[in-house]
Design a protein around this ligand. Structure first.
Ligand code: GTB
Length: 217
């Protein structure tokens, strides 16, 4: 059965692939699962029909037969558990890969999100400049720790897993901040993810949504 996911009809990232449907698209492309996309407006997100799928009125969602899922991490885990290619077979390695999924979303993403959010919502406030070094240092701490663990490896558990998939999507949000460049091994790790054919197909698909809008490209 072909799953249907939701994505922004008009993503505020203007096709940069930063909205969270990107990670779901990438996971589906990695495992070779065709999918359909239903584009949703900001207004429709908050309507009862969408809230029945997503209690918080957000994208992405995932529908497959009787199953409706929300939360990008849960959706990627669902895909990884049902198809070969994103989780190792060996039980301990599999659990470690899942731990990296949680680490990406629960340990690494929050300080990155806080940094971006501060720029977006309080960039013009008088206290913003004073808070910026603290916010950046919180990100640096996690990047340093992550770089130390990655070492010279290509992927966090040796082979590419859904843990890397989520981690790369989280780190991509630092493009343009200069912070990723302070950790060359992590910058290279992100590029390795972005060069994967499945990533490129997913990126092109979400980009096409932006390009197809009037004045889009
Ligand atoms: N924890 C949830 C998950 O991982 O699925 C979070 C989902 C979420 O934040 N969805 C956002 C949303 O629907 C879109 S991705 N927002 C609308 C709303 O809450 O009303 C977050 C996002 C939005 C925009 C950019 N951007 O422009 O760069 C990047 C990421």
């Amino acid at each position: 059965m072909t799953p249907t996911i939701t994505a922004f009809e008009a993503s505020p990232d203007r096709g940069a692939g930063l909205a969270r449907d990107m990670r779901v698209r990438w996971a589906l492309e990695e495992v070779g699962q065709p999918y359909a996309v239903r584009l949703v407006s900001f207004a429709a997100l908050k309507q009862p029909a969408h809230r029945a799928l997503h209690p918080f009125g957000q994208i992405p969602t995932y529908e497959e037969g009787d199953l409706a899922l929300f939360e990008s991490g849960a959706i990627v885990l669902h895909i990884a558990e049902r198809h070969p290619g994103l989780l190792p077979e060996e039980p301990n390695a599999r659990s470690r890969a899942i731990a990296w999924m949680f680490a990406a979303l629960d340990t690494v993403e929050p300080p990155i999100w806080d940094l971006d959010l501060a720029r977006m919502v309080e960039g013009d406030k008088p206290w913003h400049a004073a808070r910026q070094p603290m916010l950046e240092d919180r990100v640096r701490q996690r990047l340093g720790e992550l770089a130390a663990r990655l070492g010279g490896a290509d992927w966090l558990e040796g082979v590419f897993t859904s843990g890397d998939l989520l981690m790369v999507t989280v780190l991509r949000r630092l493009h343009g901040s200069g912070l990723l460049d302070e950790y060359p091994s992590l910058a290279a790790y992100v590029v390795r993810g972005e060069m994967r054919p499945a990533y490129r197909r997913a990126f092109a698909a979400q980009r096409a949504v932006f390009d197809s809008r009037p004045g889009g490209s």
